[in-house]
Design a protein around this ligand. Structure first.
Ligand SMILES: *Cc1c(COP(=O)(O)O)cnc(C)c1O
Length: 389
């Protein structure tokens, strides 16, 4: 017998707030309830078939069976730079300013290892995708949470960060269009971020996972198209949400060559890149994607409109999102995030995500994901109307 004890880096992790909710969901399902799951941010539709065909074709070629390069096929990184040119007017050196990632989560989890020393501060938004904070903790860094508040359009107020924090801050994570609030960034905000980065010597990591999931003609700006952004930061990108490829594990980071180089150095010592056939399929996904993007955007717009109409009738307050497949809803009076989400699950068989699970400033909100059909969304609205609150 040996004594198995976890390392401090695991012991320091905050309790997993969704554990109790997962247990409740199983309990409700065991009662025979057909739970409508609006909790998970994972597209319900399959990957477009031309992408799958490309994978199958490339997988049969023995030259793709070898170790890939950790930084990515040149052809994949060239496709990324063509994408940036055409989508954002940004010119990138594919060999120095682009690195492929095993999903953007992988890059987000690894970047603090390249730039954060123990005791350094990482500026992270809150509420947020949990990996920003946890990857910082794993590197021995100190996360400083910037609250995203409704009155600021869910953008952080950079002027409120204390001077002693700024003195120790090395890097900042941002994410727009935002998960979980669905808020967009403005070009003016990105300009402020570049000035802030230069003033305080802070590297910027912008997570652009929802770049193409936008509606009503809205085109989310890339951080890299902001003047001066290439000197201070990088952008994380993912094929997951745009092309229904969450299970494929492919993404990339682009931007400042030194920051990309640092991330690449960590990666070269940890992983060996992405299966080349998946990269070939990724090129296929990004090339000539206008028709697909239109289809995907139309699809989520219809779902959004069904749910927004239903929420309005129910008297649940939520801003109509311009982007992402989330609706960030205000919890009705008399409830907390936790108690309202539990009420919806137990009484109506609807799984949603409590806002406080993404960080304390998310209290008072819950997130609904548009990852079920219009009919199921309408059914969810009907069930809430039946049980009341
Ligand atoms: C889904 C998501 C990711 C992860 O994407 P992968 O490329 O699949 O790892 C990253 N950031 C945010 C904000 C997300 O919602």
């Amino acid at each position: 017998m040996i004594q198995i004890e976890k390392a401090e880096r695991l012991k320091q992790l905050p309790p997993y707030l969704f554990a109790e909710l997962d247990r409740k969901k199983e309990e409700v399902q065991a009662r025979g309830v057909d739970v409508i799951d609006l909790g998970v941010g994972d597209p319900d539709q399959p990957t477009p078939s031309h992408i799958i065909d490309k994978l199958a074709e490339a997988a049969r070629e023995p030259r793709h069976h070898k170790y890939p390069s950790y930084s990515g096929l040149n052809s994949f990184r060239e496709a990324v730079s063509r994408w940036y040119k055409h989508r954002a007017g940004v010119t990138l050196d594919p060999l120095k300013e682009v690195v492929s990632l095993i999903g953007s989560k992988e890059g987000i989890a690894h970047i603090p290892l390249a730039f954060i020393n123990p005791g350094d501060v990482m500026l992270v938004p809150s509420p947020a995708y949990p990996v920003y904070k946890i990857s910082t903790l794993f590197a021995g860094g100190i996360p400083y949470e910037m609250p995203l508040l409704k009155e600021n359009g869910f953008l952080p107020d950079l002027t409120t960060i204390p001077a002693d924090v700024l003195a120790k801050a090395r890097m900042m994570f941002l994410n727009y269009p935002n998960n979980p609030t669905a808020a967009p960034a403005t070009e003016a905000f990105f300009k402020e971020v570049v000035a802030f980065a230069n003033q305080h010597n802070i590297m910027i990591c912008h997570d652009f996972a929802y770049s193409e999931m936008a509606f009503d003609g809205y085109k989310p700006p890339s951080f890299l198209e902001t003047p001066g952004a290439m000197e201070v930061g990088i952008e994380f990108h993912s094929l997951s949400k745009t092309y229904n490829m969450t299970g494929w594990r492919i993404g990339f980071a682009a931007g400042n060559a030194e920051i990309i180089g640092g991330l690449g150095q960590i990666k070269s010592n940890i992983d060996s890149g992405i299966f080349e056939a998946i990269q070939i399929a990724g090129i296929e996904a990004m090339e000539d994607d206008a028709a697909w993007l239109h289809e995907m955007q139309t699809h989520y717009t219809e779902r959004r409109d069904v749910l927004m109409a239903g929420l309005a009738k129910l008297g649940i307050k939520a801003e109509k999102p311009k982007a992402t497949f989330y609706i960030w809803c205000e919890v009705p009076d008399g409830y907390t995030s936790t108690s309202f989400v539990a009420h919806l699950l137990e009484k109506a068989g609807i799984m949603t995500t409590p806002g406080n699970g993404f960080g304390d400033p998310g209290e008072g909100y819950f997130r609904m994901a548009l990852t079920v059909s219009k009919e199921r969304l309408q059914e969810a609205v009907n069930r809430i109307a039946d049980v009341g609150f």
